[in-house]
Design a protein around this ligand. Structure first.
Ligand SMILES: [Zn+2]
Length: 512
């Protein structure tokens, strides 16, 4: 009869239960691990043999078959080691209490000398344990804090295989962990918009972009404060709900980044990949597949500084996730889907030297146009708000007057978000103005007469496309929401018409 031990497999950021079934058969001594495991799963055979021998358990001299059920789905990683070792020990010399095994799940990698090594993806696996009615979870001690984020489970952390077996046999009393292994909760963010001085005009567009879920591009010379502003954007986004915090934490868990922090991530992420980052690092990939920067920025900000320096194919790869809010990474053997609902914040210099419009710039008009065209139309099209950032005048810097705090700005954002939540209550796809469909624009963007006149005037003058026209309406809707106005007023429309400095239609009048 097979010994069954509970374990889990990962798929994207979710986990599903796996039964590790071990049988010992008469025949030539051998070990086969079946059930569509990858190389890491198959190599467990060597680790099991070494770890059992090192712990002075007999490695059965029989034909060993370990099946990971359900056998039709692919499994990846070294975290099945512990469950397999427990199954093997219990099928062989030491019968572990079956009722204990039935209520317990195991995860952890074994070293050759039978130490338990930490693994990735503990949080989703622990959540899966809870959801499938498992009472206890046994993990490597280094994964303990992460597993304990799931409060409904009894979680135990051990350092070696022998400790786990002795604990199951009742011969080892569990020593409660050090307090430092308790899950911690995050501190307040270290940056604040109060540090940003002299950018009041721009700030209104930052607030609108965050409030309406619009992506945001800043164009400006080096040192004018683009990065400083970008870093502070997560601090004015609405507070994370518990569900959103868990979504983010699961992504960091499967990427292996949670162990450095050992806590639930309760602030919105800010990710700023370098323009040399590989496509895998940006979008996700590798073997086993891990999420990329766009998923690590889920529910937060993906900041692309010097966006014009990113490779074309990297920017093209962003288009689908920007639409779908998820990314699907396909590899020869498997396909993984990861969440990727981020606000894109980008920055670029106005010209190759960076000082366009200032006396020291020697770039020709042709060079400037060429430089800006590096940013392809389809990406630019997905960035609703595109603003110049002016260098801060010396007087504003010297005044030392603090700007509004992140907390104040977040309240304004939240106010506009609450209006949108009510507006889109019937939609499962749309939660912010930026995502409105054409039908929704017709329904929700009612213009006051003088606002309509203003839009028409500028439409006639600049020959906007229908797409651009719709963008202006969405942004105007957000400006109206920030002040709680049901109708779009002339001032909202005027603000919206100034939200797209980078637009092709505008470039003629703005800079050349
Ligand atoms: Zn220049």
């Amino acid at each position: 009869m097979a010994t069954v031990v509970n374990a889990f497999a990962l798929s994207g950021v979710s986990a599903y239960p796996v039964a590790v079934e071990t049988v010992l058969l008469h025949g030539q001594p051998s070990i086969s691990i079946v059930g569509l495991g990858d190389t890491a799963v198959k190599e467990a055979a060597h680790r099991l043999q070494a770890a059992l021998t090192h712990s002075s358990y007999d490695f059965p001299k029989l034909k060993i078959v370990i099946n990971l059920a359900p056998s039709g789905v692919k499994k990846s990683g070294s975290h099945f080691d512990l469950a397999m070792a427990i199954g093997l020990i219990s099928s062989g010399e030491v019968l572990l209490p079956p009722e204990e095994l039935a209520q317990t799940a195991f995860l952890g990698e074994l070293s050759l000398n039978a130490e338990l090594k930490p693994v990735n993806g503990v949080l989703p696996m622990a959540m899966c344990a809870r959801d499938s009615g498992i009472r206890r979870l046994i993990v490597p001690v280094d994964n303990l804090a992460e597993a304990r984020l799931v409060r409904e489970l009894e979680v135990f952390g051990f350092g070696t295989l022998r400790e786990v077996v002795d604990f199951l046999l009742g011969t080892l009393e569990y020593a409660p962990p050090d307090r430092s292994l308790e899950p911690a909760y995050s501190a307040l963010p270290a940056v604040d918009f109060a540090d940003v001085q002299g950018q009041e005009g721009l700030l209104e567009y930052v607030i609108a972009a965050v409030a309406g879920g619009h992506n945001f591009l800043m164009l400006g010379s080096p040192g004018c404060g683009k990065s400083m502003i970008a870093k502070r954007i997560p601090t004015i986004m609405p507070k994370l709900t518990e569900e959103e915090a868990l979504e983010i934490t699961k992504i960091y868990s499967v990427t292996g980044l949670l162990r450095q922090q050992n806590r639930l991530i309760t602030e919105r992420p800010f990710r700023s990949p370098h323009h040399n980052a590989s496509l895998n690092a940006l979008i996700g990939g590798g073997s086993p597949v891990v999420p990329g920067e766009i998923s690590l920025a889920h529910n937060g900000v993906l900041f692309l500084d010097e966006i014009a320096e990113f490779e074309r194919k990297a920017l093209d790869a962003l288009r689908q996730p920007l639409e779908d809010k998820v990314v699907t990474v396909s590899r020869v053997k498997s396909t993984s889907t990861f969440p990727a609902n981020f606000m894109l914040v980008a920055a670029m210099n106005p010209c190759p030297c960076g000082y366009h419009g200032q006396p020291k710039c020697r770039c020709t008009d042709y060079e400037v146009v060429k430089y800006r065209q590096k940013l392809s139309g389809p990406i630019l099209d997905r960035i609703d708000v595109q603003k110049y950032v002016q260098p801060v005048p010396f007087l504003s810097l010297a005044s030392a007057r603090k700007g509004p705090s992140s907390l104040e700005l977040r309240e304004r954002v939240q106010y506009a978000r609450d209006i949108q939540t009510k507006r889109f209550v019937r939609s499962t796809e749309v939660s912010a103005n930026a995502q409105m469909t054409e039908a929704m624009i017709k329904e929700f963007c009612q213009l006051e007469p003088d606002a309509l006149r203003l839009l028409q005037l500028s439409f006639e003058r600049f020959q906007y496309s229908a797409r651009t026209h719709n963008k202006f309406l969405k942004i105007a809707r957000t400006f109206a929401d920030l002040e709680g106005s049901p109708q779009i007023r002339k001032k909202d429309m005027a603000a919206a018409l100034m939200a797209r400095d980078m637009d092709k239609e505008h470039t003629g009048m703005m800079v050349f």
